[in-house]
Design a protein around this ligand. Sequence first.
Ligand SMILES: [Zn+2]
Ligand SMILES: [Zn+2]
Length: 343
Amino acid sequence: MKAIVFNAPGSYSVAERPPRPLSYGDVMVRVEAAGLCGTDFRINKGTAPAEFPVVLGHEFAGVIDEIGPGVRHFNIGDRVSVDPNIVNCAECEACRRGQPHLCDNMIALGVDIDGGFAQYCRVPVSQVYKLPGQMDIEEGAMVEPVSCCLHGIDLLGLRSGERVAIIGGGFIGLVLLQLCLEAGASRVILSDPSPAKLKMAMQLGATEAVGPERIHSLTQAEFEGGADAVIEAVGRTETVEQALKLPRKGGRVLLFGVAPQDALVNFSPYDVFSRELSIMGSFVNPFTFSRSIEVIASGRLKLKRLVTHHFSLDEIAAGLNPDPDMIKGMVLPQERSSSAVVG
Ligand SMILES: [Zn+2]
Ligand SMILES: [Zn+2]
């Protein structure tokens, strides 16, 4: 099969190699669609960790092609989405506390072991979820990022009639926008530097979508003293600092964007104290994968229009250096392409 093998940050090639043989409890997934994500860009730049050499791609869906011993509830031909976050531990404190997504020993397909930027991927059956017949396979590849967004919305505890500010109009910001409206937010203001993304935000129901320089004054004016809930969906020092200035007294801030591991921000602890702010993080997707499939199957999330670019495996170099208006890039590993690209 064909796979993109990453040997180090910035060093990858299209390789021909056999898929790894199935062990007990594994299935072989023929990958039909795999989303490019900020995590892939960060691993490629060397600002996020991975276990090299590795096939990246942790947001993918496809069809079961082979069944390993011990698999009972899945069959060859099942269309599935893959939850990449594997917890097989039961001995660390987090697992024993009932928070397996914070496991010390978690490994992720497409980060620590081979993932979906390949024609086939060996996946433990615990990680596959059947897709409803009518669901588009590219939507199936977006179950994982949507499941992470659902966890964030759960933590934020959004209630009907609340007013939200979102910093960042990339794929994640635009999914969170839609989920906030689903959860009952009355008004959502979103900021991003890209006019194309602001236009998309308005089409998806944002009350206002503005450049980063305007979100502070607009939130203060429109929401009388600040937003009930603020979501940072960029992961940069400046945007995190800006997010901490947007909530009303007693408001909440969700830090969803993934910052570089060594980034530090300036904020006023007195402000957090005297305004009684809640600041929270959100990590991966504990028990939200099935709900994500349900939400997508309902048809109320507009996901297909967020897929702005498609790439074959041979075109991965272009996908890893996207133009700024790319919202979600989708790799189609079964697609044939003549131009071999090595980065
Ligand atoms: Zn991702
Ligand atoms: Zn554990």
